[in-house]
Write a protein that binds this ligand. Structure first.
Ligand code: MN
Length: 741
């Protein structure tokens, strides 16, 4: 824990800091730190905290926490000075002249982060998050100081007004604690979470605190007796260095998550009691693991080996839950001293125990995640989405899936084989056509679990790309942004057409009437925000989903009214800036001939798989063109029943093109009693009928049947009917259907 003893004693002095520096085992430039203190003290003179204490207490406290994490002289100086540029007359240049470029850069970074609030307007939010990550990628020490600053502010949050408390706690829980988690700084992460929870759910917090307090003595006694037993047994073993055995206190928030979020009873939480054993080498870890299982009865489902498959943030340990003579389960964590440092201090361990630079490789690995988030943002400008991305990417429950060569790949829970493919390599993701898990063919939306071996089947066609439908399937933002980027690059033409259509439709809805050549002027602000240089860029960005029109329309309407005045279009009802919705039945809209639309913006709905010849209707999707449904489709019928004008407006009449030579893809599914030669028989019927197969796969069911699936190109319903007739006559075939995907 960070400074448990100083935690509620908010009375820091420079003498205490000096004392702590002198007793540390690292070399510090003490006079530089004291000079920084003197400057900060003078600069903040006459300023006070909400608690009524002199302001200097705050930078002192932050320096303390930074020192505890083992950071270097420059980081401590910057922590001391982190509020002076913002709050006092001291300039960045003063700091640069007196403390050097590094300290000035760190102070500047922290100042910039402090200035912004996550609860600003939406567009601002995306910009803020981007700044956080850019600051992190430049020098991670900026983020470490910011985390310590937030930690001290959270410790003293009780002095702030109630409304501020909630906002700060929410922001800490959503953004800062997850960042601390990803940087592996567990001590800071756990304290941030506990402090946030206290304000976000005070009743639950008090309840858990009470439970932990209840029978505290007997619990401590129990843990002590376990520790004694293990120590006793260790006396017969030889270790490179005396192992450390410690009882572990579970954080309040981690219990909260299990009880209130996962709805487990408090008795089910096995790791309420926990013992940690720290040894010198990996081999000793596994040796101790064996000894523990020899001494106590292990619960087989609760063994986790994070030494051979580390977590995404670099965490390593063996966890096993065992039951002692008393029948009380408890968790044992086994790790080396080095793993322990990484677990507690994360990225900061590089400064604490090594020279910052030496551990660069591991640090690079940790920071690759920061870079990924920055890249993901290039594919999306939607603030809400970015914040959601951070939340899911930052604190995921993780699974570990193996490549066929045995390389462990860490993914968030619910990841699909497509996520896996993109995690291995972008190109593998793009060229994925199928996957095998533990040797069996699985559909692309198959959700992976820990321990499975996943083999991705790729296409040899270099032009093969992702499918837009994947965006609805994948879990990780990494995969999502890579798919979006692919469409951004590969389908620019289609995106422009699509984007222009969408913008014009929205303009109509909002009664904005601006000729093409004047649009760039109206959109000037948005051009800047989305890095567009031309209308085409802007259309393309709408088309691939980088710009969400519904978010910017109200603002555009305001600007439009300012630029063009009130009375250009609104002849009937004035002062009405709300979008007008004209109820329209599908029949009242003009028919779209399918062949006139670029094939990239038409998709065939998977709920009803329409085929040429079917009676069809179209649905104008947001972002993926028109989706074609059969008139009988249950989704269409449901929409008619709902009779929501806004929704009905998006259904439109469409017709098959008269040319008749276009073919479309559909999937079929043949179920049969499994036998040798079955697939061959089916394939030869397809070949005879001259039906092109885009992709096919087969799998065995447990009941001895087999399912053959194929995506084929078909020109009419007639053709498909004939094919079905023929397939049904194949020996052992039970059923033939259109597949749902
Ligand atoms: Mn501060």
């Amino acid at each position: 824990m960070v400074a448990t003893d100083e935690r509620y004693n908010d009375d820091y002095t420079i003498d205490m800091l000096i004392q702590k520096i002198l007793t540390s085992d690292k070399q510090y430039d003490l006079s530089k730190i004291v000079t920084a203190y003197k400057l900060a003290e003078k600069a903040h003179e006459g300023q006070f905290r909400s608690s009524g204490q002199p302001y200097i207490i705050h930078p002192l406290a932050v320096s303390f926490i930074v020192l505890e994490l083992g950071m270097d002289t420059d980081t401590i100086c910057a922590a001391m000075l982190h509020d002076v540029v913002e709050d006092t007359a001291t300039t960045l240049n003063d700091i640069k002249n007196r403390f050097g470029q590094d300290v000035a850069m760190l102070v500047d970074g922290v100042t910039k982060l402090t200035k912004m609030s996550m609860f600003d307007k939406e567009q601002q939010q995306a910009e803020n998050v981007r700044k956080i990550f850019l600051a992190m990628s430049q020098d991670i020490r900026v983020m470490i100081i910011k985390l310590c600053d937030r930690l001290h502010n959270m410790r003293t949050l009780c002095y702030r007004p109630e409304r501020k408390q909630r906002n700060k706690a929410l922001e800490t829980m959503n953004i800062y604690a997850p960042i601390a988690h990803r940087l592996g700084i567990k001590s800071v992460k756990e304290e941030l979470e506990d402090l946030s929870l206290r304000y976000l759910d005070p009743y639950a917090y008090a309840e858990i605190e009470q439970i932990l307090e209840f029978k505290k003595e007997s619990r401590e006694e129990f843990i002590q007796s376990i520790k004694d037993k293990i120590a006793e047994r260790f006396r017969n073993e030889t270790f490179e260095r005396e192992p450390v055995i410690e009882g572990r206190v579970k954080s309040i928030y981690s219990i909260y998550k299990k009880v209130f979020i996962n709805k487990r009873s408090i008795d089910e939480i096995y790791d309420k009691y926990a013992v940690r054993i720290i040894v010198s080498t990996k081999a000793e870890c596994y040796n101790v693991f064996g000894i523990i299982h020899d001494m106590f009865t292990p619960i087989p489902t609760r063994i986790k080996d994070y030494i051979s498959s580390p977590k995404a943030n670099g965490y390593q340990s063996i966890h096993t839950t065992v039951i002692g003579k008393e029948g009380i389960p408890f968790e044992v964590q086994i790790r080396t001293f080095e793993m322990h440092e990484t677990a507690e201090y994360g990225i900061a361990a590089h400064w604490k125990y090594k020279e910052g630079i030496k551990g660069k490789d591991k640090m690079e690995q940790r920071l690759s995640w920061v870079r990924q988030i920055i890249e993901a943002q290039q594919a999306s400008d939607d603030a809400e989405e970015i914040v959601r991305a951070i939340k899911t990417d930052l604190a995921p429950e993780e699974i570990v899936v193996m490549t066929p060569k045995g390389k462990p790949i860490t993914l968030p829970v619910d990841s699909t084989v497509i996520d896996f493919a993109y995690k291995i390599h972008t190109e593998i993701g793009h060229s994925t056509i199928g996957a095998k898990v533990d040797g069996k063919i699985v559909p692309l939306d198959y959700k992976l679990s820990t321990g499975e071996i996943c083999h991705i089947i790729t296409s040899k066609d270099p032009k093969k790309g992702p499918n837009r439908a994947w965006l609805g399937i994948v879990k990780t933002n990494e995969a999502k942004s890579k798919i979006k980027l692919w469409f951004k690059r590969e389908c620019r033409e289609e995106n422009i057409i699509q984007g222009r259509l969408e913008l014009e439709r929205e303009f109509k809805r909002y009664r904005i009437n601006v000729p093409e050549e004047e649009r760039a002027q109206l959109l000037a602000d948005d051009f800047k925000r989305h890095n567009c240089n031309s209308m085409e860029d802007f259309y393309a960005a709408i088309g691939y989903g980088g710009i969400t029109l519904s978010r910017i329309m109200p603002r555009l309407k305001d600007k439009y009214l300012k630029m063009y005045g009130n009375d250009i279009n609104d002849t009937n009802d004035t002062n009405d800036s709300a979008p007008s919705v004209i109820p329209a039945s599908p029949e009242s809209r003009s028919a779209v001939i399918l062949d006139d639309i670029d094939s990239c913006v038409v998709k065939y709905a998977q709920c009803c798989n329409p085929l040429p010849g079917d009676d069809i209707v179209g649905f104008i999707t947001r972002g993926y063109g028109i989706s074609v449904h059969t008139r009988k489709c249950s989704n269409y019928r449901a929409a008619l029943e709902r009779n929501n004008p806004e929704e009905l407006e998006r259904w439109c009449e469409i017709k098959w093109s008269s040319k008749g030579n276009s073919s479309i893809q559909t999937s079929i599914e043949v179920t049969a009693i499994d036998r040798v030669g079955l697939v061959c028989d089916i394939s030869s019927i397809l070949a005879e009928a001259r039906i092109p197969i885009v992709h096919s796969s087969s799998r065995n069911l447990r009941n001895g049947n087999a399912v053959f699936e194929a995506t084929i190109k078909i020109v009419s319903t007639e053709q498909l009917k004939n094919l079905f007739e023929k397939l049904r006559r194949v020996k052992d075939v039970i059923s033939v259907d259109r597949a749902s995907s």
